[in-house]
Design a protein around this ligand. Structure first.
Ligand code: MLT
Length: 200
């Protein structure tokens, strides 16, 4: 997978950056810098090209996912993480996802499919990636969700559904609401940073 890796300070986590539709592996670098400038960064570009826009999995239309592809791409990303930990010699158990929109959705899908796949997750404007799965035990996994009360893509009801699914699996979810639609705002990122600093 096309990606970039930046080595951080020894002992710091690895931030796995997952961009939104139409983004690249460069997009979330300033966000990672704001959240933890000393962490290592592994930033990945989505493998799907939707009319020139990179994504992490196919969709049938806006908000309707191609579930077969989602499962396939989730496994591909999982395997990539295993490979990257060896290649760049980082602690595989010390990876925290930071995803926006489509990137938050594939991060959510990792959590829905694999136990202990992440040490934590910052999900900006996520949706429920897939329904009717038995979720693995999330064993108090810390998760931050940034959402919009008026987000037309990731609707508040769906965000709340995601929160209760994650909590039902044992995760500890911290919600932060804004009213700027689907936009990722600076104040949302600074709330994520406060949450991150209180945990890691
Ligand atoms: C998705 O397709 O993952 C969501 O609709 C969010 C997005 O538009 O990227």
């Amino acid at each position: 997978m096309k990606h970039l890796f930046r080595q951080g300070k020894a002992g710091k986590p690895v931030l796995l950056l997952l961009h939104g539709t139409g983004g690249t592996e460069e997009d979330l670098l300033p966000i990672a810098e704001m959240i933890d400038g000393e962490a290592s960064v592994l930033s990945v570009r989505g493998q799907i090209n939707e009319q020139g826009m990179p994504r992490f999995f196919k969709r049938l239309r806006e908000g309707v996912f191609d579930e077969e592809d989602l499962v396939y791409r989730t496994e591909e990303l999982f395997n990539f993480l295993e490979w990257a930990a060896l290649e760049y010699d980082f602690n595989r158990k010390h990876v925290i996802a930071v995803g926006y929109s489509n990137g938050a959705n594939i991060a959510g899908s990792l959590l829905f499919h694999y136990e202990e796949v992440l040490k934590g997750a910052v999900l900006f404007h996520p949706m429920v990636p897939i329904r009717s799965l038995n979720l693995p035990d999330m064993n108090r996994l810390p998760i931050f969700i940034g959402a919009g009360t008026n987000d037309p893509i990731c609707k508040p009801e769906e965000t709340k559904e995601l929160k209760s699914l994650l909590e039902g699996a044992g995760a500890e979810v911290n919600m932060h609401w804004e009213s700027y639609g689907h936009r990722l705002t600076e104040s949302e990122v600074s709330e994520a940073k406060k949450w991150y600093t209180s945990i890691y």
